[in-house]
Design a protein around this ligand. Structure first.
Ligand code: GLV
Length: 306
């Protein structure tokens, strides 16, 4: 098959990993494509609409990320879009969430502050069993994060549209149970995708339902809340801190208070890394399915928006 590859970064690594797992296909690194109307598949994170439209025989898009909002924009072709479900990416995200949750739970910032004042003093901190973790969005990534926390003895609450749970996880379903979920979670980890129903879900009022001193970690999409709602929930509400790997807009505008608020920690969308060494094989397995007339997975379901 004729396949166009347009990675976000690390083009050389992508091309060599993909060539190794797709030896019988012809791979073209964008923009070096001899005939746009002969392209069968596109492997990409983002692409200009006009360029995708020029691939008039495109059969499917294999997205180089978990999110798919870029492929749902008006004018993008209505071809199957395969999301990237790389277990290694979910592992990275679980490690990120664990790091930040434990940094607050174990008061490691206090230790750093003591160090800078030349102080050596012990202090108490809660145990994992007293620090329930709430995961907003309980698909494959949410479940991986839940398992990571459960392994250390944290109670895990999971909120999703359908109320997925299992394995000792306390499941909460839909808008009606969102407040109850927030009330019992000391750390809230958001992995929800950007869809019409998740946009603006966490208003200042919703955050007001969180447990006193809770921490919000966003590794899903920035659109789930606003800077104003978040800052209000920290300054006047129950949140102790927020850790944002994603923002809306992304990055925050240069005058956004997110940059300077003392209780907000920003990281530049690095929680879940798409690594060619592991992701190429996941993409290749889906191309094999397409070649054999089997459905690739997970497929973007346009009606639900992810
Ligand atoms: C990153 O945000 C992704 O969607 O993979």
């Amino acid at each position: 098959m004729q396949i166009v590859v347009h990675p976000y970064a690390q083009s050389d690594a992508w091309m060599s990993e993909l060539r190794a797992v797709l030896p019988d296909d012809t791979l073209h690194l964008w923009p070096d494509v001899p005939a746009m109307d002969e392209v069968d598949l596109l492997i990409a994170w983002i692409m200009r609409r006009a360029d995708v439209q020029a691939m008039t025989n495109l059969q499917a898009i294999l997205s180089l990320g978990a999110g798919t909002e870029q492929w749902q924009k008006d004018g993008m072709p209505d071809v199957p879009v395969v999301r990237l479900a790389d277990p290694a990416m979910a592992d990275d995200m679980a490690g990120y969430a664990l790091h930040w949750a434990w940094r607050f739970m174990r008061e490691f910032d206090l230790a750093s502050e003591q160090q800078s004042n030349g102080v050596w003093g012990t202090y108490p901190s809660p145990a994992p069993r007293d620090t329930p973790i709430g995961i907003l969005g309980y698909g494959t990534i949410g479940e991986r994060i839940g398992r990571a926390f459960a392994a250390f003895g944290h109670p895990v609450n999971a909120w999703s549209r359908s109320g997925r749970g299992g394995g000792g996880v306390q499941a909460f379903a839909g808008a009606d149970q969102l407040d109850a979920f927030l009330e019992v979670s000391s750390v809230i980890v958001n992995v929800l995708p950007n869809t019409p129903s998740t946009t603006g879900l966490l208003t200042a009022e919703r955050f007001g339902r969180c447990a006193e001193g809770s921490v919000f970690i966003n590794i899903g999409r920035g659109t789930v809340t606003t800077a104003a709602a978040l800052i209000d929930a920290i300054d006047n509400g129950p949140l102790r801190a927020a850790v944002l790997d994603v923002t809306d807009p992304e990055p925050p505008l240069s005058d956004s208070p997110l940059w300077t608020h003392p209780a907000i920690h920003l990281t530049p969308h690095v929680a879940g890394v798409t690594r060619p060494e592991t992701a190429a094989a996941v993409v290749a397995a889906n191309i094999e399915r397409i070649r054999n007339g089997e459905p690739p997975f997970p497929l973007l379901e346009r009606t639900r928006g992810y």
